[in-house]
Design a protein around this ligand. Structure first.
Ligand code: C2E
Ligand code: CA
Ligand code: CA
Length: 720
């Protein structure tokens, strides 16, 4: 908080300057007195006021009081007595003191007003500036325009002193220039003074003293002995310099100095003001530095120091823009190491990391410094270079040749090779994403056909729609975490509560195509695990909204058969701090066909997770087995529900499953409920749990909170 203390230290010096003027006025008064008295009569009081008001104004409160008292004395000595004197003396003192006091208050008021404007401006800058430069430039400008200072300088701290960083001068005739280690002050374009910063005695400057004392320091340029900027003060015409250290993260990073043409009138207040501005700048710099660091972390790859995918997209876009303006062709090289996984698996992650680092270095050595390089993830790299088709092929060959040199890992040499896909700008694609996608497709062909290098060709794009590309894309999506989970609620129609949110995998292709594919190519367990992680993280995020909420995940038979699955799930639950009963595991009847699967299910049940049999009635589970297993829900598939209103046999089946469920002591869930008609029939059959578009589709995580808040209300309002 800014406090305005009292400290009229500089007043004395002012009084000294004004004393001769006051004495002259007094002499004039005494001289003129007989004339005035002859013409105006006894109007001493008027006279006293007439003379004392400007005097008191000039001298300030105490000076005015003293002057008033001094005025009364000669009047008394020159023949005024008694009551007259009392009035006169009192009047003189009162007028002198009051006018001094008024002036003091007006000045203080003006100072406070400008201090508030200055502080307000800097506060705004501190909150809004996006870079340190913007912040400091703005603050220096505000010191001159809002703060009313003659000169504002912000110095960067360097060993043994400071370096000028930003400056502003109110007087437009002057300019300051930095020339190596010197500071040149120009007046009307001509050099007026040159200061050698290297030989400057910093302990004789305001900034240096502020650093020494770790607080705001006010210097009087004329009174401080050997003031190092004395010559500058004379040229620029300033008298007072106020400096304050700027500290960010407990470390002095610079200094702020402002100067004023007059001696400091409110030294305490000035010091407080500048100190406050310095503190604001320090904390804003801290914030900006942190943001800068986070930003650079967000766009670079921690292992290799190259850009990451996000950084590559950001910078690549800017690079392409400038290439377009200059009419230059660009090329994207998409690199994927061959057999990197082997190295990683056989020699360990540390060796794998070192290999990636070596690849990054070689990539940097074989390209120009202005080329953009990135590690896109895993063992994939990209380079955006200025080259046409032939230049790109030549560059790709150079890179491959450099990579072919053996790498030494733990005393053993490892030979790596890379497949390179090339996409051209602007022929193949106009933006970075598209270039990456096409470069990737070309790389994939280069790898499949063992070509080493392949240029993008539109056939690759057509292949994307084929299975090969889908498979390639799915592997990549899983490795990059590009598969998302959407959530569809299972609701209780009796009380409008959400029983659980079922997590459903989402990707660019529909689940009906990529789930079976994932099963086929052995990726389903990875996918299920990924969705499980997403679901648990989501549940924890929603715990604040509804602490009793649960999530459901689909586990394919292959996943359920994994050895050690219950322990892994237990670990995950513990990691997220969630009790097992808040997880519902949905499995299909097919999972019941394997002994390991059944064993895992029993363990999961013992652990306390809930179990649901999905798509009940479409598989071949023996009812006997089912009765044996402890589970919680039976899900009736949409195919049955859809035909409820039209088919009596379907209705009989659904009703039958309902009976069975009740008999087994579990609850039925009707899946894919879309209409009120279906809902009505289901309620009649005794189903109270349902899922379907009538309540909600599978929703992205960001929509869940809003839906959860609105749902009970909506269920109440919708017609039964
Ligand atoms: P599912 O487990 O039976 O999921 C229900 C499917 O029905 C979902 O399709 C859902 O979006 C859809 N649906 C829900 N309400 C309605 C409705 O009112 N009308 C209609 N017409 N459809 C509705 P989705 O998301 O396409 O999932 C298809 C299947 O893919 C799922 O069937 C599930 O077997 C499988 N699946 C999805 N995610 C995963 C996963 O993470 N792991 C495994 N193993 N399988 C998954
Ligand atoms: Ca399901
Ligand atoms: Ca289902």
């Amino acid at each position: 908080m800014l406090k305005f203390g009292k400290m009229p230290a500089a007043r004395r010096c002012r009084s000294r300057r004004l004393l001769p003027a006051a004495l002259a006025l007094l002499a004039a008064f005494l001289l003129l007195r007989p004339v005035l008295k002859a013409n105006l009569g006894d109007v001493h009081l008027v006279l006293a006021v007439f003379w004392l008001a400007p005097l008191g104004w000039l001298l300030g409160t105490w000076g005015g009081l003293a002057m008033g008292a001094a005025m009364a004395l000669p009047l008394y000595l020159t023949g005024y007595r008694g009551a007259d004197l009392a009035t006169l003396a009192f009047g003189a003192v009162a007028v002198g003191g009051a006018s001094g006091w008024i002036r003091h208050r007006t000045d203080l008021y003006r100072f406070r007003e400008r201090a508030l404007r200055f502080l307000g401006k800097v506060g705004l800058l501190a909150a809004q500036a996006r870079t340190a430069g913007e912040l400091l430039e703005g603050a220096a400008q505000a010191a001159v325009t809002e703060g009313g200072y003659l000169l504002a300088m912000i110095w960067d701290r360097v060993p043994g002193g400071f370096r000028p960083r930003v400056w502003r001068i109110a007087d437009p005739r002057f300019a300051i220039e930095e020339d190596g280690n010197r500071l040149v002050i120009r007046r009307d374009g001509h050099p007026a003074l040159t200061l050698d910063l290297e030989v400057l005695d910093w302990s004789k400057t305001a900034a240096g003293q502020a650093l020494d004392h770790q607080k705001a320091v006010i210097t009087d340029a004329r009174r401080m002995r050997n003031y190092a900027f004395g010559a500058a003060a004379r040229v620029l015409g300033y008298r007072t310099a106020i400096a304050v250290p700027i500290a960010a993260r407990d470390e002095v990073v610079g200094a702020l100095a402002v100067t004023h043409p007059e001696p400091a009138r409110f030294a305490g207040e000035e010091a407080e003001l500048v100190r406050e501005v310095g503190a604001l700048l320090g904390s804003a710099l801290e914030r900006l530095e942190l943001r800068e660091r986070l930003r650079s972390q967000a766009i670079t790859d921690a292992l290799t120091g190259l850009l990451n995918r996000r950084g590559f997209l950001e910078w690549g876009q800017a690079t392409l823009r400038s290439a377009r303006e200059r009419g230059r062709p660009m090329a994207l090289l998409y690199l994927d190491l061959d057999r990197f996984k082997e190295v990683n698996d056989t020699r360990g992650h540390a060796a794998g990391d070192r290999l990636l680092l070596a690849v990054a270095q070689r990539l940097a050595q074989t390209t120009r410094s202005r080329d953009l390089l990135a590690r896109l993830g895993g063992d994939e790299f990209a380079a955006l270079i200025e080259a046409d088709r032939d230049g790109a092929i030549a560059a790709a060959k150079r890179v491959r040749k450099a990579l072919a040199q053996p790498v030494l890992l733990n005393g053993e040499t490892v030979q790596v090779s890379a497949s390179v896909g090339v996409a051209l700008f602007p022929t193949d694609a106009e933006n970075v994403e598209e270039l990456l996608r096409k470069g990737d497709l070309a790389m994939y062909r280069a790898k499949q056909e063992r070509l080493g290098i392949a240029l993008f060709n539109p056939q690759d794009d057509r292949a994307l729609k084929g299975r090969v590309a889908l498979e390639h894309g799915l592997r990549k999506a899983l490795a990059d975490g590009a598969i998302r989970a959407y959530f569809q609620p299972v609701v209780d129609l009796e009380n409008g509560r959400v029983v659980y949110l079922e997590a459903l995998a989402r990707w660019q292709a529909p689940p009906s195509s990529f789930i079976p594919l994932a099963e086929e190519i052995g990726l389903i367990a990875d996918l299920d695990r990924h969705v499980l992680e997403l679901a648990l993280a989501q549940l924890r995020a929603l715990s604040a909204t509804d602490p009793a909420l649960a999530v459901g995940v689909n586990l394919s038979p292959r996943t359920l058969n994994l050895e050690g699955l219950p322990a892994r799930i237990e670990d995950l639950l513990r990691k997220h701090g969630l009790p097992p009963e808040r997880l519902v595991i949905e499995i299909t009847e097919a999972a019941l066909l394997s002994p390991r699967g059944e064993q895992n299910l029993r363990e999961l049940h013992n652990l306390g997770t809930r179990l649901a049999i999905d798509d009940f009635g479409t598989g071949y589970a023996s009812l006997e087995r089912l009765a044996d297993l402890a589970f919680d829900y039976l899900k009736v598939p949409r195919t049955f529900i859809r035909e409820l209103p039209s088919s009596r046999t379907r209705a009989a089946v659904v009703a039958g499953i309902g009976h069975l469920a009740r008999h087994l002591g579990v609850r039925g869930i009707a899946e894919g409920v879309e209409s009120t008609e279906e809902e009505k029939q289901l309620l009649k059959m005794g189903y109270t749990l349902a899922q379907g578009y009538r309540y909600a589709p599978a929703m992205p995580p960001e929509e869940l909170e809003g839906w959860l808040a609105r749902f009970p209300e909506r269920l109440k309002r919708s017609p039964p």
